[in-house]
Design a protein. Structure first.
Length: 321
């Protein structure tokens, strides 16, 4: 990295990988209800190139005491740079790439002076925007407050979806406009329709639906992105463990779901239009014991799946076959 002066916008499109190195896994072990379905992914055992950069637990970014909180790698697995300022305890991360710019959004679940916030950074780590009230947990909307916000999804329009929180006072899904005002709010603590027990991850599909990993209720709930109306839920796939993370594959045909307590990735069939229907498990990827996959992300160009693992303190990459 000698002489490195920071990424251009186009370079950063291939940079936004904030994760760890690989560990030997159990063989892929799945039972598919879709006859003839072939293995979809293989582990990239050569990624990253130098695993020694990772010394802290990995949620969606590297974290720990006296180590960089955010590590950035090239798509090929080479370490590029890191930053640590204004990040206390990162939990979820989202990279927005548009034709004009790129930005990095991080949810901070810390309880100190930087915590209970969602922060926007430039690709090089310059703090650009803080959502929430730093250091103060709350449920307010004016001014905006969070309590351990778990994950974020940002559309090209600038609309923002935040699931709040990861064990705090809030159990809600909040949609904000590009000027950070509330558009709609869904959820409360509970087990009923539209209620949550630790909403842990959020993503949006191309046909206007918002998918939320309702972790401790062991289900995925789906909402209309325009109105916030509840559209349906899946629970039959999560009898053993709740969903910790939800991300679509690059073709939007499947959902990749992390299940931390059983060390598993589930690949679910995604309904492209119409009714949500029932949950269909296509394949599972069984990880090693105590790996504890926490949050995942998908490269929407190459289709590669990145898995942040808090037990193994690493990130692994799976590539399509």
């Amino acid at each position: 990295t000698a002489g490195f002066s920071g990424p251009t916008v186009m370079e950063f499109i291939n940079y936004s990988i904030f994760i760890l190195y690989f560990q030997v896994l159990k063989a892929f072990d799945y039972v598919s209800p879709w006859k003839g379905q072939q293995q979809m992914y293989k582990l990239d055992i050569g990624w990253p190139k130098i695993p020694e950069y990772f010394t802290g637990q990995t949620f969606c970014v590297a974290r720990g005491d006296n180590v960089p909180k955010v590590l950035v790698f090239s798509e090929e697995g080479y370490f590029l740079y890191s930053w640590n300022d204004t990040v206390e305890m990162p939990h979820g991360i989202f990279v927005l790439n548009t034709a004009m710019d790129s930005s990095v959004w991080i949810t901070d679940v810390g309880t100190g002076k930087y915590g209970h916030t969602v922060k926007q950074y430039s690709p090089s780590g310059k703090l650009m925007q803080i959502l929430g009230t730093p250091g103060n947990a709350g449920s307010g909307l004016i001014p905006l407050q969070f309590d351990q916000p778990a994950d974020i999804f940002v559309e090209e329009s600038g609309d923002i979806y935040v699931v709040d929180g990861d064990g705090g006072m809030n159990n809600r899904l909040l949609k904000l406009s590009n000027d950070y005002r509330e558009i709609w709010l869904a959820g409360a603590n509970g087990t009923g329709i539209g209620q949550f027990k630790i909403p842990h991850s959020v993503t949006v599909d191309p046909v206007g639906r918002v998918w939320v990993a309702d972790r401790d209720n062991r289900r995925i709930q789906v909402f209309d992105k325009v109105t916030g109306e509840w559209l349906g839920s899946w629970s039959s796939c999560f009898a053993e463990d709740g969903p910790y993370s939800v991300r679509f594959t690059a073709d939007y045909k499947y959902l990749i779901v992390a299940q931390l307590n059983i060390n598993q990735l589930a690949i679910l069939a995604a309904p492209l239009v119409g009714s949500i229907g029932d949950c269909v498990m296509v394949q599972t990827i069984q990880l090693a014991d105590e790996t504890k996959p926490h949050l995942v992300d998908v490269d929407m160009k190459s289709g590669a799946v990145y898995v942040a693992e808090i037990g193994a303190q690493q990130v692994q990459r799976y590539v399509p076959i």
